[in-house]
Design a protein around this ligand. Sequence first.
Ligand code: NAP
Length: 336
Amino acid sequence: MTGILITGASGFLGRKLYDTLKAVGDMPVYGTYLTKPQEGLISLDITDPEQVREVLNRTKPDIIIHAAAMASVDICEQRQEEAYNANVTGTRNLVRNLVSHADGCTFVFISTDYVFDGSKGSYTEEDAPNPINHYGKTKLEAERAVLAYSRSLVVRVSSLYGYNPHGVNHGFVHFVISNLSSGKQVRAFYDQINCPTLIDDIAPAILKLLRKKKTGLFHLCGPKALSRADIALETANEFKLKASLIERVSIERLSFRQSQTGGKTNLEKMRGDRSFSEQTRPVTGGVSEHFDTSKQPAERPRNSSLDTSRIRAEGIVMHGFKAGLKIMREQMACAI
Ligand SMILES: NC(=O)c1ccc[n+]([C@@H]2O[C@H](COP(=O)([O-])OP(=O)(O)OC[C@H]3O[C@@H](n4cnc5c(N)ncnc54)[C@H](OP(=O)(O)O)[C@@H]3O)[C@@H](O)[C@H]2O)c1
């Protein structure tokens, strides 16, 4: 392998991919940012075809790991055109350049369990996607554009957690730690389920798939399906925080709120609520507030857990949630 380009290397997952692959040390690793410059990273807006062309010509990668996206489910719902540009048009700009200029490059796309509607759970790669929010729709359309390119690998990850000493830290686990540490209550759904995935596991798994010259679709997530309430509880236990501050609530609570808003959907109500855009901005430490069960404009799949037989057959072992939390806590302790 010679050169790897990671888009979105200033983000939560992208920065971990960048650091891990740099540490492997046997190939040049390039990373890009959009609004958060970091030392060593290259500026790139994937929605601009000229910038995409210029960066690909400059770095000439053999492998692109495309982690850049508008990744907030709620912000995608609120700013649908912007989300489409970043997630679909941006992805197409990258793939189009490979077809015309750099054939031979392998393209890895980071996708999501939110391409499923959540009515079934334990989804395999053969199951038909049916996204129920705008984020999921854009990621599915991007997946299809990527899979049309012959040397492509699409990995669907789910509910990312972990610690990144150089990058943005966000996700549900950070939300729980941040709130419980400051004595705030956390309301968590007992009936929203997925497979929490440690960010540290993703780069080694992708490398393994690339070394085996795999292409196509893989579900790359933690081994166990857990509800948000159980994730919150396990997090409180591992970080020795007050579990009594966790309130288990039903996701149906959101539907209940809709019926209380004069027939408007949750999204329509939030759009009319001028304070909402403030509430969804990241708060101190990069933890976004959109996990607050009363403030979610985008519908979530109830059970988007993924079957991981295909990666296991390739010898890929992902950390269980308890073991992953322990790794995260130890990394956070070292960083203090
Ligand atoms: N977080 C999860 O639980 C989760 C679950 C399933 C799938 N995923 C997928 O995993 C990937 C990484 O997610 P994440 O949570 O790490 O996201 P993140 O922290 O929000 O990072 C997103 C990255 O994309 C960059 N970016 C956004 N728009 C861009 C554009 N137009 N051009 C170039 N770069 C752009 C951002 O740059 P700046 O920060 O510099 O602006 C940032 O580096 C995404 O593809 C997401 O869909 C995430």
